[in-house]
Design a binder for this molecule. Structure first.
Ligand SMILES: C[S@@+](CC[C@H](N)C(=O)[O-])C[C@H]1O[C@@H](n2cnc3c(N)ncnc32)[C@H](O)[C@@H]1O
Length: 237
């Protein structure tokens, strides 16, 4: 019999009952649906309140009834908290059941490197030139430290990370993120490949040197030692 994933944000019961409800490592539907599936599959504590630390237009939450606290560095997106998620000034510690992170994965796209409307809408506003090793991974360690501070024990960090080609080389952001998350004290539980049905051609480039990316990664990290779902110690008493 095929078991359904719980849609209410709680993990399947851990009482040894018949609860085998697998989550595929490849996802072809929306981010919002995947977030719900991840909450149902991985959460061992109540997910809410949820902090979306890179809110932008809040596309993940359209049609969602989740209690989400929105944060963005750019006031034009009108988040509840205008803040740099590498500092999270004024945000209390030990507050959230889940932190969601969807950082920029490319730098400013204007030829002159000025920030255009497209960049604002898609969050391509942070520098990733020579001074940063042609990568945006420098954003991760200070964010990870803050995410760990504001998460409750056993809370989840769900990060959407996309690799990029920059200055003629592949930059493996998802590898950097997983290594940095482990170094920050998270347990990296899983990696889900999300596929999008985007166009394969581009008018921007004349020659293709790299495979055209039609995927990104969702990385699931737990603020605790357990990779697998286990009842937190205080619930075992
Ligand atoms: C890719 S967009 C996020 C899109 C969003 N998930 C959505 O569904 O609409 C990245 C966002 O991160 C924000 N951002 C970049 N660096 C940040 C930082 N240090 N602190 C907070 N927000 C940041 C950008 O302003 C941008 O709105």
């Amino acid at each position: 019999m095929k078991a359904e994933l719980s849609a209410n944000g709680t993990a399947p019961p851990l009482d040894g009952g018949s609860t085998y409800a697998p989550l595929s490592s490849v996802w072809e539907r929306s981010d919002g649906e995947l977030i719900e599936a991840m909450l149902a599959f991985y959460a061992t504590i109540k997910p809410e309140p949820i902090l979306d630390a890179t809110y932008n237009a809040g596309r993940f939450w359209k049609g969602s009834a989740r209690k989400v606290v929105s944060m963005d560095i750019d006031p034009r997106h009108q988040p509840m908290i205008v803040a740099d998620n590498r500092v999270m000034a004024g945000v209390p510690s030990n507050k959230f059941g889940v932190v969601v992170y969807d950082p920029p994965h490319v730098g400013p796209q204007g030829r002159d490197k000025s920030v255009k409307r497209f960049d604002v809408d898609f969050g391509a506003t942070m520098e990733c030139g020579k001074g940063h090793g042609w990568s945006l991974s420098y954003l991760y360690p200070p964010f990870l430290e803050q995410a760990q501070r504001v998460l409750k024990p056993d809370g989840l960090l769900l990060a959407k990370i996309t690799d990029m080609v920059n200055s003629h080389k592949s930059r493996w952001a998802h590898c950097d993120f997983m290594r940095m998350a482990e170094a920050a004290g998270f347990t990296v539980c899983d990696l889900i490949v999300k596929i999008r049905n985007g166009p394969m051609t581009s008018t921007k480039w004349k020659t293709a040197h790299h495979a055209r990316k039609r995927h990104c990664f969702w990385i699931i990290c737990r603020n605790g030692d357990c990779c697998e779902r286990q009842l937190p110690a205080h619930r075992l008493l």
